[in-house]
Design a protein around this ligand. Structure first.
Ligand SMILES: Cc1cc2nc3c(=O)[nH]c(=O)nc-3n(C[C@H](O)[C@H](O)[C@H](O)COP(=O)(O)O)c2cc1C
Length: 204
């Protein structure tokens, strides 16, 4: 039976989206069935209109990726959250999705599943590590088994952090996520799939 991996991300400029697609490639290469889902915008339309590209990108991504739901959590064996950095922390958009999941949390639908995080920043030292690690207590509350990237693959000596894949990209001006960062994301997708598959029989 396939291992089901949910990749629930938010992205406005496309960097986190590029990482999410690479995570999905890695997960699929490890045999996962993947759902790619983008959390919806929650800021006012004026804010989305204030930066060229934001509203158009949102429209494009809404057509490609359904909004994540509680059913996706029930379906998944592995859950990977992706977010751009906001002041060294996760986006309100991704957190709003997670905060909508109290019902499935109460029913124990996260328990014993693999959980992991990736993120995009603008600056190399713009808070990638804090953004990913800030979500770890949330993963613990949900009952997920936290899967860090560690240094268990040679690519980790080239890019990424031991906590997660990340890309340092000024999304408003640069569209390409560096190849090494995408490779770390693929590795993270593989790793989470492997851990999720190993945990699945233990959940009963
Ligand atoms: C309100 C706001 C706060 C941000 N805070 C940070 C930050 O603390 N550090 C950083 O490096 N980038 C910060 N950024 C930039 C984004 O995290 C960065 O452009 C990211 O790559 C965007 O991801 P996306 O392309 O998936 O939308 C901020 C952007 C916004 C709009």
């Amino acid at each position: 039976m396939a291992t089901n991996v949910l990749i629930a991300f938010y992205s406005r400029n496309g960097s986190t989206e590029a990482l999410a697609k690479a995570v999905a490639e890695g997960a699929q290469a490890a045999g996962a069935e993947v759902r790619l889902r983008r959390a919806r915008d929650i800021v006012a339309p004026e804010v989305m209109a204030s930066v060229p590209g934001w509203a158009d990108n949102a429209k494009r991504m809404e057509a490609l990726y359904p909004a994540p739901t509680a059913d996706d959590i029930e379906w998944a064996d592995g859950i990977i959250f992706g977010s751009p950095t906001r002041y060294g922390n996760v986006t309100a958009e991704l957190k709003a999705y997670i905060d909508s999941l109290g019902g499935v949390w109460f029913q124990g639908k996260f328990n014993g599943k693999a959980g992991s995080v990736f993120c995009a920043t603008m600056g190399t030292h713009g808070g990638a590590e804090t953004t990913s690690v800030t979500l770890w207590p949330v993963l613990a509350h949900l009952g997920l088994i936290i899967v860090p990237t560690g240094y268990a693959d040679p690519i980790m000596f080239q890019a990424g952090t031991p906590y997660s894949a990340h890309a340092a990209v000024d999304g408003q001006h640069v569209t390409a996520v560096p190849a090494n960062d995408l490779e770390v994301a693929r590795y993270q997708g593989r790793r989470v799939t492997q851990v999720a598959a190993a945990l699945k029989p233990l959940r009963g």
